[in-house]
Design a protein around this ligand. Structure first.
Ligand code: SAH
Ligand code: SF4
Length: 369
């Protein structure tokens, strides 16, 4: 039975080293190679003797993913397709900050598919295949960092959002383990303030997350101003309705100067009127809430339409007028199906292609391998 070093916290790696009869520092040594330096093989752990490297390789593995494909959109967004050890594809999206300051966000997946079945979401239409394990979650960050260093060295990975495929709170233990690993200052060292977990609103798990030692920012896919509409577009609302969800969020121990982001997918004729904006504002009154409007990104599996620019404007202005910081999430990478809710492994099932970068607009990327 071998143990996966990429899925361990530093404490666990040290305990593992001791259990093998090695000195404790050997645990930290190998852990840092994996989680700080991002090596892919034991052979790269050059401050261990060959004999020690062999001893580690005999009892430990480095789980994770294989980068199979990277597509670059016109706006510089990169959609990455990874393949798991059992042949599933999952996707992450690297999103350059619009401010040209080099900051870059990685949007990562937590599951292969999703069981929540929101009616507007392409990932939901896949159903759930399985949870990602911890190493598959953190490896999206590590492999993206490497790709960014090669393909766009002027940029740096600064933020992580769990907004890709899947419902992170349905994969709770691996979510929390990945947060512990990614925030450790001897590893990747992301501040929890730079990590956001987006959820459809699993109330008991939200309550549990509030009690954890690492607490990320929260984004909540509300998407409707009342239960009647939310019941229709998000079946999970029949289990935990808006009142239950907002009560859990009001109790969530937010860090100072932190706000909860409410995501609101705008669907033409469903939830996008100025009256709906007013209802939404009444719901959120008194909360440290900001509203993130996401005009629906089309995909073939759902019968909705994106509202007109005028309707989007009117909705946003009404939310602002009623006192909520309101942002419009402009579709990033929609030319490569990388925008919110479009992650559906359109190449799933195909033979795995060697890593290539496809670009749909200028300028051409530097080679990555
Ligand atoms: N499962 C989590 C995180 C992944 S979904 C969640 O639901 O929060 C990330 C975001 O994409 C959610 O806010 C969801 O409401 C939104 N989304 C899903 N499908 C979409 C689509 N077709 N267009 C725009 N946003 C969509
Ligand atoms: Fe799952 Fe989120 Fe899509 Fe809903 S919106 S089906 S929770 S990925």
């Amino acid at each position: 039975m071998t143990a996966d070093l990429r899925a361990m916290t530093l404490d666990q790696a040290e305990a593992f080293a001791l259990a093998q009869g090695w000195p404790r520092f050997r645990g930290e040594q190998v852990w840092r190679w994996v989680h700080d330096r991002g090596v892919r093989t034991f052979a790269e752990m050059t401050n261990l003797s060959a004999a020690n490297r062999d001893a580690v390789a005999a009892v430990a593995t480095l789980g994770g993913l294989t980068l199979a494909e990277a597509q670059v959109g016109k706006d510089g967004t990169r959609k990455l397709r990874f393949v798991t050890h059992d042949g599933s594809s999952i996707e992450s999206v690297l999103i350059p900050d619009a401010d040209r300051d080099g900051k870059t966000t990685i949007c990562i997946s937590s599951q292969v598919g999703c069981a929540v079945d929101c009616q507007f979401c392409a990932t939901g239409k896949l159903g759930l295949k399985r949870n990602l394990d911890t190493s598959e979650i953190v490896d999206q960050v590590y492999l993206s960092k490497r790709l960014l260093a090669e393909a766009a060295p002027e940029r740096r990975l600064t933020n992580i959002v769990y907004m890709g495929m899947g419902e992170p709170l349905h994969n709770y233990d691996n979510l929390v383990q990945s947060l512990r690993i990614l925030t450790h200052d001897k590893g990747a060292g992301f501040s929890p303030r730079r990590i956001t977990v987006s959820t459809a609103g699993l109330v008991p798990k939200l309550e549990r997350l509030g009690g954890e030692d690492v607490r990320p920012n929260l984004a909540v896919s509300l998407n409707a101003p009342n239960d009647a509409i939310r019941d229709l577009i998000m079946p999970i609302n029949r289990k935990w309705n808006i009142a239950a969800l907002l009560a859990a969020l009001r109790a969530y121990p937010l860090a100072e100067r932190r706000w909860i982001t409410f995501e609101y997918v705008l669907l033409a004729g469903v939830n996008d009127s100025v009256g709906h904006a007013g209802e939404l504002a009444r719901l959120l009154r008194g909360m440290k809430a900001k509203v993130n409007i996401i005009p629906w990104n089309p995909h073939p599996e759902a019968p909705y339409e994106r509202p007109t620019a005028a309707a989007i404007d009117a909705f946003q202005n009404e939310c602002k007028r009623l006192g909520f910081p309101t942002y419009l999430r402009t579709p990033r990478g929609d030319d490569i199906d990388a925008a919110c809710g479009q992650l559906a492994n359109r190449s799933n099932g195909e033979a795995i292609v060697p890593l290539r970068i496809r670009r749909t607009g200028p300028p051409p990327p530097p080679p990555v391998d």
